[in-house]
Design a protein around this ligand. Sequence first.
Ligand code: NAI
Length: 286
Amino acid sequence: RGKRAFIAGVADDNGYGWAIAQALAAAGAEILVGTWVPALNIFETSLRRGKFDESRKLPDGSLMEITKVYPLDAVFDSPDDVPDDVKANKRYAGSSNWTVKEVAETVKNDFGTIDILVHSLANGPEVKSPLLETSRKGYLAAVSASSYSFISLLQHFLPIMNPGGSTISLTYIASERTIPGYGGGMSSAKAALESDTRVLAYEAGRRGKIRVNTISAGPLGSRAAKAIGFIEKIIEYSYVNAPLQKELLAEEVGNTAAFLASPLASAITGSTIYVDNGLNTMGLAL
Ligand code: NAI
């Protein structure tokens, strides 16, 4: 039987989530995705109208199939957590069962089990503010959407993950080195995500023989990154200063995720794996 993957955080064909889906599909996995509720409509419409067909091409010439798209808002664990204004919001009211608990239940009802869980989502409402000017609310929102969301997904999906399964999240070097501009508590959120990767690797490893790793990716001009504002500058900086002076392709992160999800990586867990053309190793580039 082929493996089944649930990838949370796909809403277009530009980001790391899409590239990971492509690489897993190319390796023969069945693809389920979780799409942020406010982005669901446009994503499904674009898919249906063939807007992503070029990006769906797999190496063998076939097109990636997404078996099912689940609406998801990973800042809510169960319906009790959803405030009234969100419930009343048109876009949310038009979908159902999008809290983490409900999505896991729906996947269980639809397919029984999964083998691979990918967390490719982040959100920091105050990302443009320096940490020193970040509000408590903004900081906690960044950690809720970008770090706790992984704990919640793992908590709810672990019971339906087959032993030997693998989970992967995406992180950024701002967790360990200062990157001015990556504010609003996003650097803190990534530090939490990396620390949690180690602790959850222990807990999920002992409990369900599940591996937990995170990919520290170099810069990519995704929708989320463009919202931060200075992504082009960071891409240029990386190109100039990294050991490998080449563009970083989302596909290279996708391929690493496929490796990490495969038996080739059966002894790798709790790790932060850099896929950044080596930039993290530099002190001073000349
Ligand atoms: P992206 O825009 O493709 O992915 C972010 C996704 O998160 C979007 O689809 C968005 O709809 C979704 N999302 C936001 N809040 C959500 C919520 N509450 N519930 C469910 N989904 C939600 O952008 P990208 O850059 O590919 O991001 C994927 C991951 O890669 C993130 O964790 C990001 O921090 C990480 N990363 C990105 C880098 C970059 O330069 N683009 C560098 C290193 C890490």
